[in-house]
Design a protein around this ligand. Structure first.
Ligand SMILES: [Zn+2]
Length: 136
């Protein structure tokens, strides 16, 4: 059976979640490389921020299309509702849920504002800010 990936809301949500994590991981690797420069610790330091895709590639392609659509909508460059297909509207809902799940799993660091890669880490892996201390 050929599955229509455009209809698979749960998979689109997961793909969106993984794509957000993937780009967060890239951001961490980029910043850490900048910070550490060309030391031999760099490769070890950035290795922990590799993420994996768990679904078929077609789902990510469709989800990336939805990301573009979402951004176009955000900037108001899309026309009225007639320019968007029902299947895309449903997909955008799933992307929104993936984004909410991502925000839940990666709350922003209260020191630098960048989403934490590990929600329960004792300190921010980017700015080094202490996350155990309670805010008064
Ligand atoms: Zn931070």
């Amino acid at each position: 059976m050929i599955e229509d990936v455009r209809m698979a809301a749960a998979k689109i949500e997961t793909a969106a979640f993984e794509l957000f994590e993937e780009s967060l991981g890239e951001e961490y690797r980029r910043v850490l490389k900048e910070k550490l420069g060309a030391s031999e610790n760099v490769e070890r330091a950035v290795a922990g921020f590799e993420t994996e895709r768990t679904l078929d590639e077609g789902i990510y392609e469709w989800t990336l299309h939805l990301f573009l659509l979402d951004r176009a909508r955000e900037f108001g460059v899309l026309g009225g509702p007639e320019t968007i297909q029902a299947v895309e509207l449903r997909g955008l809902g799933a992307v929104g849920q993936g984004r909410a799940r991502f925000r839940d799993a990666h709350p922003p660091c209260r020191h630098c504002g960048i989403p934490l890669f590990e929600r329960l880490a004792p300190r921010c892996q980017l700015c080094g800010g202490d996350l155990k201390q309670k805010v008064a």
